[in-house]
Design a binder for this molecule. Structure first.
Ligand code: 6PG
Length: 467
């Protein structure tokens, strides 16, 4: 029997697209899908549809699938995150040999990945949690890949992963070994946190513009911006979405304003809270989705307003672009800071310049800005201290204020922009009012405080009632 270089389990949308990508790059591939319920014909249908690639062999029996793989086996699992991943691993384990490599390509929670990595390591198996970004199209033509796990295991799958990944402007693969354990899935999670805020900023711009401009005009504005420093995958698709029609109607105007989510944004926000990091923009974006989901309540409460409030103040388009760039700088800064903190805590040696480079193509947050960030990180890992970044933020502060005031005047919620502005104001304020918080804590709970009139870092208590 011929042996395949690579195995893939799970022929969902992403699994199929990745399979075609792998085969197209010249690797022999075995694919497996379960046959329960309405999945009985998935493997046969896929093999029939992909006759052009005779390097793909389909399997409905797990033992045969495993036997078809060259040693050490390299198996990519593309199933729903959570219990299905554990179910597949349990099925695989009795059939594998020590040294075999399991790659989880789903959006798994990084703490699950860490547990799986450690448990499998004890049994002699390699486990790579690999973030994959780019959706169906990216998976087919070149995604951005974020593999974690041991460097040694990565070295055995590097050739295939790098071959199927997107290529950056210098034709380097958008795939780099992120770090040990769950580092790959961690950065994919934060990628999505950044993605949430990037999407929300665009939604807030659309909300500010739509009382004054039609879809075509907003789309035109976004495509103008696409040619500038603000260009990005998300801006580009938003510009296209705005003018896509179903008959004579814009589809966007027919889509219910309730945003869903699959959890990576809230995991990122929870992680920020756990690590004590002020990742305010991604968190704001998650909450905005949650508020949007309260559609019935919103409709009901709106009825209590007798007179309709009209948007009266037209936003200044130049300010909008400046504010957008400002907010995106803060969003990326917050996201990378969260990665830095986690890397310290978990002992991951993450190269931020290389990570940003691997996000310049293939992934959902690829952008002109990301290409700049990849370069800025080469001269220091604190983005906000970079002279260019700092000057941009400083000089565009009035534009963000203008945008927020416009939103408030027109009763348009723009919390993600507000969070960017607020963060910038607070992070550049020498004396915040947290001295009062400390005094209150010490007053009612004897929680102690540090003093600003000594050089030591000792903690003090005041008997407030006796003073
Ligand atoms: C990507 C996307 C992808 C998926 C998100 C959507 O990088 O390709 O992030 O992973 O689209 O999981 O997440 P929500 O359903 O939570 O918006």
């Amino acid at each position: 029997m011929n042996v395949s270089a690579f195995g893939l389990i799970g022929l969902g949308v992403m699994g199929k697209s990745l399979s075609l990508n792998i085969a197209e790059k010249g690797f022999t591939l075995s694919v497996y899908n379960r046959t329960e319920g309405d999945e009985a014909h998935v493997v046969d249908d896929f093999i029939n549809d992909t006759e052009t690639f005779d390097s793909i062999s389909g399997f409905k029996n797990m033992e045969d699938f495993i036997r078809s793989l060259e040693s050490p086996r390299k198996i990519l699992i593309m199933v729903k995150s959570g219990p299905p991943v554990d179910a597949v691993i349990s099925q695989l384990k009795p059939l594998l040999d020590p040294g075999d490599i399991i790659i989880d390509g789903g959006n798994s929670y990084f703490k699950d990945t860490q547990e799986r990595y450690e448990a499998l390591k004890k049994e002699g198996f390699n486990f790579i949690g690999c973030g994959i970004s780019g959706g169906e199209e990216g998976a087919r033509t070149g995604p951005s890949l974020m593999p974690g796990g041991s460097a040694e295991a990565y070295s055995k799958v590097k050739t295939i992963l790098e071959a199927i990944a997107a290529k950056d402007a210098q034709q380097q693969p958008c795939c780099t070994h992120i770090g040990s354990g769950a580092a790959g899935h961690f950065v994919k999670m934060i990628h999505n946190g950044i993605e949430y805020a990037e999407m929300q900023l665009l939604a807030e711009l659309y909300a500010l513009l739509r009382p004054f401009y039609n879809n075509q005009a907003i789309s035109d504005l976004f495509s103008q911006w696409q040619q500038t420093r603000s260009g990005s995958f998300l801006l580009d698709i938003s510009s296209k979405i705005l003018i896509t029609k179903e008959g004579n109607t814009y589809i966007l105007d027919r889509i219910l304003d309730k945003a869903g989510n699959k959890g990576t944004g809230s995991w990122s926000s929870e992680t920020a809270l756990d690590l004590g990091q002020p990742s305010t923009m991604m968190t704001s974006a998650v909450f905005s989705r949650y508020i949007s989901a309260l559609k019935e309540k919103r409709v009901d409460l709106r009825k209590r307003f007798n007179n309709q409030t009209e948007s009266t103040q037209e936003p200044d388009l130049q300010s909008l672009e400046k504010a957008y760039y400002f907010a995106r700088l803060i969003n990326h800064y917050q996201g990378f800071e969260l990665i830095k903190e986690a890397a310290k805590l978990y002992g991951w040696n993450i190269n931020l310049a290389e990570l940003a480079r691997s996000w310049t193509r293939g992934c959902i947050i690829q952008s002109e800005l990301m290409s700049k960030i990849a370069i800025w990180f080469q001269s220091g890992d604190d983005l906000i201290k970079n002279d260019t970044v700092f000057e941009h933020l400083k000089s565009n502060e009035p534009a963000v204020l203008d945008l927020i005031q416009n939103g408030l005047a027109n009763r348009v919620p723009v919390d993600c922009f507000y969070q960017a502005y607020h963060f910038w104001i607070a992070i550049t304020t020498e004396n915040l009012s947290a001295n009062l918080i400390q005094a209150q804590r010490d007053y009612f709970g004897a929680h102690l405080y540090q003093r600003n009139d000594t050089q030591n870092s000792k903690f003090y208590h005041t008997n407030w009632l006796d003073s």
